[in-house]
Design a binder for this molecule. Structure first.
Ligand SMILES: Cc1cc2nc3c(=O)[nH]c(=O)nc-3n(C[C@H](O)[C@H](O)[C@H](O)COP(=O)(O)O)c2cc1C
Length: 351
């Protein structure tokens, strides 16, 4: 990473803790990462503007180090009535199994992106990153004016070029191994599944901005490989999920602890956007109709009650438990220890 950026982010090692919406990236996790010398990132996509302000204040109460905030670039959609009816019908048996009332459509499908972005700009974190879409030139200019570093997510070259042309400071190359949702916004999600090392290499060859590698990076050796392919930093998500500071439910942590290599798959059955997580009965059963479910965020909102009820009932067979291809290597360690080990392994990989 260019020395000026490195200094501005006060990094001791080229690690960015991936923003993980939905509760994993608590203020405790983000601040512990920053204190350990990496870049902590709040996954704020599911938070209201007020909650974003509160979490940022909690992070700032725990650390004076720079941190980042991440959002999904989304519009609140108006889904087709017939598609919506079919989706509700396909969720009905799962609701019945959990003793819930039949599913219904909510009034709103996602948080208002414009207001989230305004809150982010007011908060002036050191960095902001975006996925699922791209900003307008006006939004980019506002982030620039607030002196916020902008990172765009790319799953293919066209997306990397689009972010570069918009003026992003760095591009995060999300390989197919990555846990959580695919960031694809140009072309088909299923056709943007390049392995991390080859995507990093292609973007680093073609973009004049720093490339951040994401997807399956679990240790210092993986970091060194990504950096040899042209990455300037590495974004790790799954590696942080089992830390005590991570806010995911214990049931999910337990499933990660038991996971073997090969236990993850891509599904759009929970949210209407392809995402990688631990395979279970819901994913396997819904595979037959997942292509007909409405796009994110509609299906994500529709499955919200069933996912919450499954968690409450201890039913891992119906929960979404995102994780990358490296799940089996996630360590149950406090953040400070994990980062110290990553640093030692990364240095050892060059010796
Ligand atoms: C539980 C979970 C939630 C995620 N949520 C987000 C998110 O809110 N925003 C985002 O840009 N990426 C999100 N990601 C993707 C990460 O940014 C990154 O691409 C991924 O974690 C890298 O792969 P790895 O999990 O194998 O390290 C999420 C990943 C996971 C595992």
């Amino acid at each position: 990473m260019p020395a000026a950026l490195w200094q501005r982010l006060q990094l001791k090692l080229p690690v960015i803790q991936a923003p993980m919406a939905g509760g994993a990236t608590t203020p405790q996790l983000v601040s512990a990462v920053c204190e350990a010398g990496a870049l902590g990132f709040l996954g704020a996509a599911m938070l209201s503007p007020e909650q974003i302000r509160e979490d940022a204040a909690r992070i700032r109460a725990r650390t004076s180090q720079p941190f980042g905030i991440n959002l999904f670039v989304l519009d609140d959609p108006a889904p087709d009535a017939a598609v919506l009816r079919e989706a509700l019908e396909s969720l009905r048996p799962w609701h019945a199994e959990l003793g819930l009332k039949p599913p219904t459509a909510p009034g709103r499908y996602c948080q208002p992106f414009d207001e989230q972005l305004q809150a982010l700009i007011e908060l002036r974190p050191a960095a902001a990153s975006f996925t699922f879409g791209i900003l307008t030139a006006q939004q980019m200019a506002e982030l620039r004016a607030a002196d916020i570093l902008v990172i765009g997510t790319a799953t293919n070259l066209a997306e990397g070029l689009a972010w570069m042309e918009l003026g992003a400071d760095a591009v995060c190359a999300q390989g197919r191994e990555a846990g959580g949702h695919r960031g694809t916004f140009i072309g088909e999600q299923r056709e943007s599944l390049r392995p991390m090392l080859s995507l990093v290499y292609e973007l680093a060859q073609n973009l004049p901005v720093p490339v951040i590698a994401a997807g399956g990076i679990m240790n210092g050796r993986d970091m060194a490989a990504a950096m040899r392919h042209g990455a300037q930093a590495c974004q790790l998500g799954t590696a942080f999920l089992r830390c005590p500071e991570s806010g995911i439910p214990e049931l999910w942590k337990l499933a990660l602890a038991r996971a073997k290599a090969g236990d993850t798959c891509l599904t759009r059955a929970f949210s209407g956007r392809y995402a990688r997580g631990l395979s279970n009965r819901y994913i396997e059963d819904m595979a037959r109709c997942q292509e007909r479910l409405p796009d994110y965020p509609v299906t994500n909102a529709l499955t919200g009650p069933l996912r919450a009820a499954a968690l409450k009932a201890g039913r891992a067979d119906m929960m979404s438990m995102w994780g990358g291809e490296g799940v089996a290597e996630a360590r149950e360690l406090p953040v400070a220890e994990l980062i110290a080990q990553l640093l030692a392994e990364w240095q050892a990989a060059y010796r």
